[in-house]
Design a binder for this molecule. Structure first.
Ligand code: F6P
Length: 289
């Protein structure tokens, strides 16, 4: 039995727990590579090379993570498929985009397992993904460190979260923080309404928190435009950025990663690959790809 594990796309806190749990099960039979790029280049190593047990509870991804858009191109994809066929199971951690890549591998006869490993939580069929809880907690902690100063000066602040095309981090963190406005889609951005809200709150000596998902607008420019309209109230902007990926995995994410790993082991054991492992109501579900 030879099992390959790789992380496609961004790293996510809890991935190391997932990899270490697979390593405890498969030992010398577990191999790893740097995303789909490593698969294409056939740069594949025994997982022990990356010391998964040493990194078990750390953030990041000890086997390295990688974006490899070329994977969609036939000449790269076909080589990757051939290399993947040297394994009894190829386990891919990633988000919605990677899931499409796994489906393509599966359609070409690769015994693939897809596992939602992304802070974005953009895999619809799964209630959560490895890293999402830590990302939300990182946003909450960062903004909690910001607001006392904003309140002291009765300022408004626009906070940008990650999430790519998915508003889950902004939504979950915004709700936990009691944000006045949460924006997850372009159509929700109403500058006049924001200015009016900031003014009204400023007159009552209240700060304003606006949480917005990335890729909607340039928040520094938005803050400058709003500041001109709401003066003397001031408007700041703050991008939480990669803190969302690099923070210590939360207890919840460690547990989620452990559950996904056991679901993956079960999937490989069923001999019914290709399979996507999803988490619903606290339990893993194995879905045929
Ligand atoms: O997919 C995870 C993610 O963190 C997204 O939320 C974000 O858009 C992207 O990766 C950032 O990627 P990079 O680290 O390559 O800039």
């Amino acid at each position: 039995m030879k099992v390959l594990v790789l992380a496609s796309g961004g790293d996510a806190p809890g991935m190391n727990k997932f990899i270490a749990t697979l390593y405890k099960k498969y030992g010398k039979s577990l191999y790893a590579c740097r995303g789909f790029k490593g698969l294409y280049e056939n740069e594949i190593f025994p997982a022990s090379h990356f010391k998964p047990l040493k990194h078990e509870n750390e953030p990041g991804c000890c086997i390295y993570a990688c974006r490899f858009p070329e994977f969609k191109e036939k000449k790269y994809f076909e080589v990757a498929v051939q290399n993947a066929k040297n394994f009894d199971a190829v386990v891919v951690l990633g988000g919605n985009g990677s899931k499409r890549g796994v489906r393509a591998l599966a359609d070409n006869g690769v015994r693939a397992v897809f596992v939602p490993g992304t802070i974005d939580n953009d895999v619809e069929e799964s209630a959560t993904s490895i890293g999402f809880d830590t990302a939300v907690t990182s946003v909450v902690n960062a903004v909690n460190g910001l607001m006392p100063s904003m309140r002291s000066h009765t300022r408004a602040v626009i906070v940008e979260t990650m999430g790519r095309n998915c508003g889950e981090i902004a939504l979950a963190a915004g709700k936990k923080l009691g944000a006045e406005v949460i924006i997850t889609q372009k159509e929700q951005l109403d500058e006049e309404a924001l200015a009016s809200l900031i003014k009204t709150r400023y007159e009552k000596n209240l700060a304003t928190l606006i949480v917005i998902k990335e890729n909607i607008c340039d928040i520094a420019k938005l803050a400058t435009r709003l500041a001109k309209v709401v003066a003397p109230a001031e408007v700041k902007s703050f991008v939480v950025g990669h803190l969302q990926r690099g923070s210590q995995p939360s207890a919840k994410d460690l547990s989620v990663a452990h559950k996904f790993a056991h679901g993956t082991i079960k999937a490989i054991g069923t001999d019914a690959l290709p399979i996507a492992v999803m988490l619903r109501a606290g339990h893993t579900i194995l879905k045929k790809i």
